[in-house]
Each structure stands twice: as structure tokens, then as C-alpha cells.
Design a protein around this ligand. Structure first.
Ligand code: DHB
Length: 394
């Protein structure tokens, strides 16, 4: 097979890129080691920026996000046992959409199928070759055992936080920036009605908790746990007791409990690799950068990357050649570091680190009060959380 662009990774970044290129008449082959079923059932984030939701509709992926997603005009911060609403609509005229990443994936995979795009799921032995030439190749074994070689002009590594594509940038020519966190998230799906109309980000002396949602009958919740926490050590009772303690307050707020359908420990870190391009290879989404989950930036950031990348790839293929690709990193990186800062800041704002002193705890309450108790603070949070317009340097 020979196509202008081969894409490694069929998550939202890889599929959205293929969709955007396909709309402009550029063929792609997208490959992924995971099966379609595996990707569609691995729970990930749940919040889309309004611009991302709009792009899904306007670029013709699907309008399901506005039909089945829920628009949220704010979030609640809880600390000191009290609720503090951050009203996005009033503060910055923006909103977000509750729409799970698994649904974004399904919409994109369906759109590829509808539009006749090639996506090879469940492949093995992926090799990306000749990226320093203008004839790179991707080789792999298909799920039926046959070998396939995809010849391309450009290869995109959209293969997620455990990317192998990013290792193709020579070690002495790349820089990796990163930070580990001394805690993780314990995530659950619970069968219960929603406990609150919007998302609740709670900080307590016991640590962080996030109350999110999925449907009228299934809720998504997370709480801060030890980095090496074991899922099996947590019974439903212990989970609910922990969550209730973290959201408890003078207002008597309680979560509506129900059977825990699923539980996972999610480790996370902050990470950026530069450069995001090496020869004919470009990196997009988590392959190039990952953020801690607080603030739900990861998926939004990945989709922003591919919007910029689709634009430069189309220019490159349209006659400008490789020089068009020089625009990718500078245009993507500003938002990446803004999001790195925001995700890391919101994580530190709401979590309690193992070695924190009594000073650290009191200072954090002061910071939370500065955020929730001043208009400038609320506005800062609202602006960062709802995203930045593409391409603006405001
Ligand atoms: C969800 C995850 C997040 O990291 C977040 O900040 C908000 C919502 C979620 O899975 O619903």
C-alpha cells in the first residue's frame, strides 16, 4: 500500500488526523496494536472543550456530541467543607461538554468506516522505517497473520503515552521534560444517579476527589490514592467511605452510592518530548506530551495538535514540502506548555502530597481561597479549564 500519510495509533488523535486529511482528499492508513473493542471500552477522560465539540460536528465526524453530550456551564470546587462554584459562562462566556473519550473514539472510528478510510486494528510487530528519508515505511503483521508494508511520504506517531514512535528521534537530538507525582487516582464507575448537576473537584485534608458523570445511571468518580495502590485492597464499602469523607462538609453534601462496576488505579505524570518532528516523522497527542488528568486537558490537547498538524501536512503535500512542517512544533507547543502548567498547577492545588507539612496544607487552603474567593482567581481557572482558542496568542 502507498498513501501520503501513515498514522501509528488509532486513538482520538490518530483518527481525527485521518479524518481531517481525508476530508481534504488525502488518503491515510491508520494502524493500532489494540483492537477496536479494546479502545472503545477503555475508560478515559470525559470532558471536551466547546471548541473541540464544535469541531467534531463542523468537520462532519458526528453531531452525537451535541445530541447526547451534556453542556456544563461551570464546575464546583469543594474545600474547607464548602462548595464554591466556578461559573464558566458568566466568567468567560464558555462552557464544556461532558462526553466520554470512548464515545469520541467510537464516533471517529464510525466516521472512518463511513468515509472509506483504512484503519487496521489489532496489528503486531509495528516497525517504522526510513523516517530520515522522504519515503518512510510502516511495517506490521495484520490480525490475520499476514505482513503489510505501508509506504508513505509522512508518518505520524499518535501512539499514546507509551509511544514507541517517539523513541525514533535519536537520543542525542531529543529532550524529555517530565515530572512524577507521589500519588495516583483510584477511578470507579458506579451504578447510581448523579450526585451533583456538575463536576465536583474536592480538596480535603484526606486528599483529592473528583465526582464526574457518565449517564443518568452510571457515574465516574476518582479519589487520590497512593502511587502503588492495589485495586483489590478496596471493597465497595471502603471506596464509598473514602469518597464520602473527601466531599463531606457543613452543607451535609453526600454522594448517592451504588454498586461499583469497575475500579482502576491510574498513574500519571507530566511529560513533553521535543522536537515533535524528526525527518518525515511527526508526533501528536500523548506520544509527544502527557499531562496529569486533573482539569481534563489531555484529549483536548491531542485534538488541538492534530488540527495544527493536518494543516501543515496538507500544505507540505500541496507543494510546500518539508518546510511547512517547521510550523508544527511552534504552533502546537505554546498550548502544550500552557496545558502542562495548568494541569500540574490544578493537580498540586487539589491534592495532598505525602510529605506535606502543616504549613503546606494551610498555604494550599490560602491558594484555594485566592482561586475561588476572588474574581481574578475564578476567571483564571475558568479560562484555563475551558481551553484557549486555536492559533491565538492572546
Ligand atoms: C473526568 C476526568 C478528568 O480528569 C477531569 O478533570 C474531569 C472529568 C472524567 O473522566 O469524567
Amino acid at each position: 500500500t502507498s498513501v501520503p500519510v501513515a498514522v501509528v495509533g488509532a486513538g482520538p488523535a490518530g483518527l481525527m488526523l485521518a479524518h481531517l486529511l481525508g476530508r481534504a482528499g488525502v488518503d491515510t492508513v491508520v494502524v493500532d496494536t489494540r483492537t477496536r473493542q479494546e479502545i472503545a471500552t477503555t475508560h478515559r477522560a470525559g470532558i471536551l472543550e466547546a471548541d473541540v465539540a464544535r469541531d467534531l460536528v463542523e468537520t462532519g465526524v458526528s453531531d452525537r456530541v451535541v445530541r447526547e453530550g451534556r453542556e456544563h456551564e461551570g464546575i464546583e470546587l469543594r474545600f474547607g467543607g464548602r462548595p464554591h462554584r466556578i461559573d464558566f459562562k458568566e466568567l468567560v462566556g464558555a462552557s464544556t461538554w461532558l462526553y466520554p473519550q470512548t464515545d469520541v473514539f467510537t464516533d471517529l472510528a464510525d466516521a472512518r468506516e463511513r468515509d472509506g478510510g483504512t484503519v487496521l486494528f489489532g496489528i503486531e510487530d509495528t516497525e517504522v522505517l526510513d523516517i530520515t528519508t522522504d519515503a518512510p515505511r510502516v511495517r506490521c503483521t495484520l490480525s490475520d497473520g499476514s505482513r503489510r508494508e505501508i509506504r508513505a511520504r509522512y508518518v505520524v506517531g499518535a501512539d499514546g503515552s507509551r509511544s514507541t514512535c517517539r523513541d525514533l528521534v535519536p537520543e542525542d537530538r531529543r529532550v524529555r521534560y517530565g515530572k512524577e507525582y507521589p500519588f495516583a487516582w483510584f477511578g470507579i464507575m458506579a451504578e447510581a444517579p448523579a450526585s451533583a448537576p456538575e463536576l465536583v473537584y474536592a480538596h480535603s485534608e484526606h486528599g483529592f476527589a473528583l465526582i464526574s458523570q457518565r449517564t443518568d445511571t452510571v457515574q465516574r468518580m476518582y479519589f487520590q490514592c497512593a502511587a502503588d495502590e492495589l485495586v483489590d485492597a478496596w471493597s465497595d464499602d471502603r471506596i464509598w467511605e473514602t469518597l464520602q469523607a473527601r466531599v463531606a462538609g457543613q452543607d451535609g453534601f453526600r454522594l448517592t452510592e451504588g454498586p461499583v462496576l469497575e475500579k482502576t488505579v491510574l498513574r500519571f505524570r507530566s511529560f513533553v518530548q521535543e522536537p515533535m518532528r524528526w525527518g518525515s516523522l511527526t508526533l501528536a497527542g500523548d506520544a509527544a506530551h502527557t499531562v496529569p488528568p486533573t482539569g481534563a486537558r489531555g484529549l483536548n490537547l491531542a485534538l488541538h495538535d492534530v488540527k495544527v498538524l493536518a494543516d501543515v501536512l496538507l500544505r507540505a503535500l500541496g507543494g510546500e514540502g518539508d518546510t511547512a512542517l517547521d510550523d508544527y512544533q511552534p504552533r502546537a507547543l505554546q498550548r502544550i506548555w500552557r496545558a502542562q502548567n495548568f494541569s500540574s498547577w490544578m493537580t498540586r492545588l487539589l491534592h495532598t502530597a505525602p510529605g506535606d507539612t502543616s504549613f503546606d496544607l494551610r498555604r494550599r487552603l490560602g491558594e484555594l481561597d485566592n482561586v475561588a474567593g476572588t474574581r481574578a482567581g475564578r476567571r483564571y481557572l475558568a479560562e484555563q479549564y475551558t481551553g484557549w482558542p486555536t492559533g491565538t496568542r492572546a
